[in-house]
Design a protein around this ligand. Structure first.
Ligand SMILES: Cc1cc2nc3c(=O)[nH]c(=O)nc-3n(C[C@H](O)[C@H](O)[C@H](O)COP(=O)(O)OP(=O)(O)OC[C@H]3O[C@@H](n4cnc5c(N)ncnc54)[C@H](O)[C@@H]3O)c2cc1C
Length: 402
């Protein structure tokens, strides 16, 4: 299918789980298509896809009718089936969601309604049933979502690469896209690759790559670090599966939760603090140019004006082990600060509009010969396969049109 002067049919930039699932879907839809994935790191899933909670979400919490709701419900079952087929660690313990005060009970009811609207089974738990499932948690009301699972997304990404042509150490720094003439990319190392179409799935640099390709994203990725603690064995024994607080619908990614992973380790987290670099996994990781550009963006200032109180509380929890322990104690009262051991952090790519709105749903944009992922926040790892198919369909339409 490739004709000179192209090196391949489709170039996919980014070997996170979304880029890899897209390349996988392109190959499945058109087996003769020559697809090359370029990744700036030395291996797959080195950023969000390999630094997350490992939860295969059910789709219970998303706005009915949103892309998130549709793709998470379909994607969760598919992700667990893929793990089973390829011998990748996974489990389906279900999750319990807790209302810890009477003010949170209406939110819990709303969550149950949303879940049912999305076609997700939800079980309201009596105190006795909750005590049988998670004897050490505290709640005034609780529900259980049986379809929530856990898996090793890093292993899923690694398995996907086995059937793909992935070029590592290839950071895309230039894109030349001309109507009717395909796309050429230049890498930091000075290599040039030409293709009939380009797909960018660059996570924390999603907006930058779209702009490089001449597509104005209309938003900015603002990095929010999510920090975790590992529960020491004494406290880990008090958690059987997945324990969540009921989320604030305005800030759904907030709320420290407890997750027993596929290896049996229990993590508490993540919180959400502004990161001074897009790949800033610690407070000391500062990229002055990225920080200045984030601070100059009008959306950042409007976001900060709206949520400074919430932001300050998150930063306090980041800097004070006692404050982090207090957040965990809302769910699990017997935890002490000494039970919370350091653990690696992740950084979320959060798309923010110029008016300060946090973009909640998945978002894509297209150029003459390109498709760009602009926002793929949680549950994009869960939903990677249907997201990959959605992007592949858009790409095949681009190929057919030019
Ligand atoms: C703390 C945290 C917890 C989360 N928990 C969950 C969860 O439990 N369940 C869930 O479903 N989702 C979760 N998510 C969300 C999920 O991890 C992401 O939605 C998903 O991994 C996004 O995948 P991606 O491929 O778009 O991005 P990434 O995994 O970030 O991949 C992007 C890739 O692009 C590469 N790249 C960037 N720029 C360039 C360039 N110029 N040239 C070449 N390559 C480039 C990067 O190196 C990277 O490998 C969580 C996220 C975080 C941060």
């Amino acid at each position: 299918m490739t004709r000179a002067p192209y090196d391949c049919d489709v170039l996919v930039a980014g070997a996170g789980i979304v880029g890899l699932a897209t390349a996988h879907a392109l190959r499945a839809a058109a087996p003769r298509l020559r697809v090359v994935v370029v990744e700036k790191e030395a291996g797959p899933a080195r950023h969000q896809s390999g630094r997350n909670s490992g939860v295969v979400h059910s789709g219970v919490a998303y706005r009915p009718g949103s892309l998130k709701a549709r793709l998470a419900v379909a994607g969760g079952a598919e992700m667990l089936a893929y793990c089973a087929e390829h011998g990748i660690a996974h489990a389906r313990p279900g999750k319990v969601v807790l209302a810890t005060t009477s003010e949170e009970v209406p939110r819990l009811r709303e969550l149950a309604q949303r879940g049912r609207a999305n076609g997700v089974a939800v079980e309201e738990l009596s105190p006795r049933r909750l005590a049988a499932l998670e004897p050490h948690v505290r709640a005034v009301a609780a529900l259980r979502v049986p379809s929530t699972g856990v898996c090793d997304f890093r292993a899923v990404a690694a398995r996907l690469t086995a059937d793909l042509d992935v070029r590592y150490g290839a950071a895309v720094t230039v894109v030349d896209q001309r109507p009717g003439r395909g796309v050429a990319i230049g890498t930091e190392a000075g290599h040039v690759l030409r293709a009939r179409a380009l797909v960018t799935c660059a996570g924390l640099y999603g907006d930058r790559l779209a702009r490089l390709a001449g597509v104005e994203p209309g938003l900015r990725i603002i990095p929010f670090r999510g920090e975790y603690r590992t529960l020491a064995p004494r406290a880990a024994r008090m958690v059987r599966g997945l324990v969540y607080p009921v989320a604030d619908p305005a800030l759904p990614f907030l709320g420290v939760h407890l997750t027993r992973g596929t290896d049996g380790t229990v993590h508490a987290g993540p919180n959400a603090v502004p990161a001074p670099a897009r790949e800033g996994y610690r407070w000391s990781a500062v990229d002055p140019a990225e920080l200045v550009s984030t601070l100059r963006y009008p959306g950042t200032r409007r976001l900060a004006a709206r949520y400074w109180r919430t932001g300050a509380a998150e930063i306090r929890r980041s800097l004070s082990p006692a404050a982090f322990a207090a957040a965990v104690r809302r769910l699990l009262p017997a935890v002490e600060a000494a039970d919370l051991l350091p653990a690696p952090a992740g950084v979320r790519a959060q798309a923010v509009l110029p008016d300060g709105t946090l973009l909640d749903d998945f978002r894509f944009a297209e150029g003459p010969h390109s498709v760009h992922v602009l926002n793929a926040p949680s549950p994009a790892a869960t939903a990677a396969f249907p997201i990959g198919r959605e992007i592949a369909e858009r790409t095949l339409r681009r190929l057919a049109g030019g």
